[in-house]
Design a protein around this ligand. Structure first.
Ligand SMILES: CC(C)(COP(=O)(O)OP(=O)(O)OC[C@H]1O[C@@H](n2cnc3c(N)ncnc32)[C@H](O)[C@@H]1OP(=O)(O)O)[C@@H](O)C(=O)NCCC(=O)NCCS
Length: 173
């Protein structure tokens, strides 16, 4: 099955509706609320929409490839990594790690694996990373996953209903 990725420590797999409650819980986290474009307050219906419409339906339509990162030994859900597939050989990566799993290098290992999958299985040529200026943890993840930092864009993201400046970087196959 080419949609399940094994890394040294993790199993990286597509979403199922069993993941809705977990997405709801993690999305309450203040850092997710601050740095990811999510509704606030984040309700169960938002988690249901994300999993059913974005993670599952848009995987089938080829517009997105969202993954859950699980501990290979315990099956515990640790993180989410997604690629927004633009249909032109490029994609944008997005990710978060559950608060209890942060600081253990989960996101870099998983982002590297999902990007490699994007290049090898989906034939991507370039993957872009954007984060709000000041999101140093996300910048570290992108750097550790091999992204080249390219600069800063004015007012290029909308977070908490406000336009904010963004850092941008890219990874090429
Ligand atoms: C950014 C994020 C995905 C990092 O995931 P992670 O699996 O903890 O990744 P790492 O363990 O490599 O840590 C990355 C950086 O987070 C910081 N960090 C370390 N421990 C941390 C902790 N317990 N809690 C928060 N941040 C921590 C460090 O700056 C670290 O960089 P370093 O290893 O060079 O010191 C995670 O902090 C997160 O989910 N943040 C909120 C959502 C978000 O910002 N997503 C990205 C949007 S562009």
């Amino acid at each position: 099955m080419d949609d399940i990725i094994a890394t040294d420590r993790f199993v990286v797999r597509p979403f199922t509706i069993e993941d809705i409650e977990w997405v709801f819980e993690v999305s309450q986290d203040p850092a997710v609320q601050q740095f990811v474009q999510v509704p606030s307050p984040y309700l169960m219906e938002h988690a249901r929409y994300f999993v059913e419409q974005l993670a599952i339906a848009q995987r089938e339509s080829g517009e997105r490839a969202e993954f859950v990162v699980e501990d290979a030994a315990t099956g515990e859900r640790l993180a989410r990594v997604g690629l927004g597939l633009r249909g032109d050989g490029t994609a944008e990566v997005g990710y978060w790690t559950a608060p209890a799993a942060r600081g253990r290098g989960v996101a870099p290992e998983a982002v590297r694996a999902v990007c490699r999958w994007g290049f090898d299985v989906r034939g991507l040529e370039l993957i872009e990373w954007r984060a709000e200026v000041g999101n140093h943890a996300s910048r570290r993840v992108a750097q550790k996953a091999g992204f080249l930092m390219e600069g800063q864009l004015r007012k290029r993201l909308v977070h908490r209903g406000q336009r904010v400046d963004a850092w941008i970087g890219s990874l090429v196959s």
